[in-house]
Design a protein around this ligand. Structure first.
Ligand code: PMT
Length: 413
């Protein structure tokens, strides 16, 4: 998973109250606090008294560079921080790990410690990541309390199956810290400059089957498409990623898994009427085998011929589904090894795009599978912008800046 460009990360400058309760997994909350802090959040750790027996508050203080709250009465005596002020100031409340006991208290609204008062006093959205022994997790009491919290708007990051503190293996292990932080980012992205937009991004190289074990494909890793999807998510858009890679997307992104160009076409066309923007970062095969052998083709002779036929031109097809003003904004990519800008301009015009992102796939270091890309973006009026070599997430944010500018200039519906 890529990290958002510094200025665009929805965590930057936001106040996150991190509730830590008395689970053996409490030590993993140090990694959560660290990641939130490194990404620019101001993290106020609120520990239950039980949690302080497992991890020293000083560990969190050293990581977050902020005081840690755990003793409500000591805080009440110190005039600066009241028992509700962390809750009032928070943009997001994260409780990780959450024990069965703390989940029950939060569901009931008990306020006998700092976490309880913070949770009742805040108007911020809540995220809770339970961790406990399997039977406790599956118990109707725990599930009932979680249902109450969900109904109240809390987001639950469910535990995984795996090795537990009891020595047994089963459901109840705290979700990975990076997943919890990513869900926090998704929640804080609401209200970004793409809020209310529904976008589709395609990613990866299509695989055109020859027989049950072989296919024709290309070197696309999907990284550019995933970065475009993540950047849109981080700016508040509702994102669907149509992908050939099968990789897990960042939190909050819906995926549609496809392999062939025809299936990608079907998925794009099915959603096209409902979206505001289409970004075609996928490397779609231009040709696919005419026949798919039902069984593995046996080796025979010193050569073989494979007959290929044109695949559907997805961009060409959807661009014809409406004129500007009645159709979504459409962004294409051009992967070229020669005459980059000239070829990209021709594709922009032929496919009636609002923007094309041209990348020279023969550049030293490579574009495929790399975390960086050097692109030229060409607008529908012919003007262009050359970007330096940048991390793909930064290229993605530049793309969305251009899409926003095009929309403000009256393009798209
Ligand atoms: O995935 P990575 O490893 O991160 O690499 C990123 C990338 C190089 C794949 C990406 O940046 C990129 O350039 N994607 C487009 C690759 C491509 O197919 O380019 P093209 O010039 O062949 O196609 C032009 C446009 O038409 C593309 O937006 C493509 O998605 C689209 N197309 C192509 C063929 C087809 N049958 N239908 C299409 O819609």
């Amino acid at each position: 998973m890529t990290d958002s460009a510094p200025g665009r990360n929805p965590l930057r400058g936001r106040r996150v109250a991190l509730g830590v309760t008395g689970s053996i997994a409490a030590y993993k909350a140090v990694a959560i606090a660290s990641s939130l802090t490194q990404q620019g959040a101001l993290v106020d750790v609120v520990m239950t008294p039980e949690a302080t027996r497992l991890v020293q508050p000083l560990s969190f203080q050293a990581i977050t560079h902020r005081p840690v709250a755990w003793d409500m009465f000591e805080l009440l005596a110190a005039t600066e921080i009241g028992h509700v002020s962390i809750g009032h100031g928070a943009d997001l409340l994260v409780v990780a790990p959450a024990t069965a006991h703390s989940i029950a208290k939060l569901a009931l609204g008990l306020a006998d410690d700092m976490l309880g008062t913070t949770a009742l006093a805040t108007l911020a959205p809540g995220l809770i990541a339970p961790a406990m022994e399997t039977n406790m997790w599956l118990h109707p009491a725990t599930q009932g309390h979680l249902a109450t919290l969900r109904a109240r708007g809390w987001t639950v990051v469910e535990p995984e199956s795996g090795h537990l503190a009891s020595g047994a293996s089963g459901e109840g292990r705290l979700a990975p810290p990076e997943m919890i932080v990513d869900v926090a980012k998704h929640l804080l992205a609401q209200g970004g400059d793409l809020s209310g937009w529904r976008v589709i991004v395609t990613a990866g190289g299509t695989r055109e089957p020859i027989d049950p074990v072989r296919y024709v494909s290309n070197r696309s890793s999907g990284k550019m498409g995933y970065a475009a999807a993540e950047a849109a998510r981080d700016r508040g858009a509702v994102v669907t990623l149509i992908t050939t890679t099968g990789q897990q997307p960042p939190a909050g992104i819906t995926t549609v898994d496809v392999e062939q160009a025809t299936k990608m076409r079907d998925a794009v066309v099915a959603a096209f009427a409902e979206i505001d923007v289409l970004v075609m970062a996928a490397a779609v095969a231009d040709y696919a085998p005419i026949e798919i052998a039902p069984d593995k083709i046996k080796k025979s002779g010193s050569s073989m011929l494979l007959e290929l036929a044109l695949t559907p031109d997805i961009l060409g097809e959807v661009a014809g589904l409406g004129s500007n003003g009645q159709r979504p904004l459409i962004v294409g990519f051009a992967a070229e090894t020669e005459n980059l800008v000239e070829n990209a301009r021709a594709k922009l015009a032929r496919k009636r795009l609002d923007l094309i992102v041209a990348n020279d796939v023969s550049q030293p270091g490579g574009v495929f599978a790399s975390d960086a890309n050097k692109v030229t973006m060409i607008r529908s009026d012919g003007t262009s912008i050359d970007l330096p070599l940048l991390p793909k997430i930064d290229v993605a944010h530049a793309l969305w800046d251009e899409v926003l500018a095009a929309r403000r200039a009256g393009r798209g519906r």
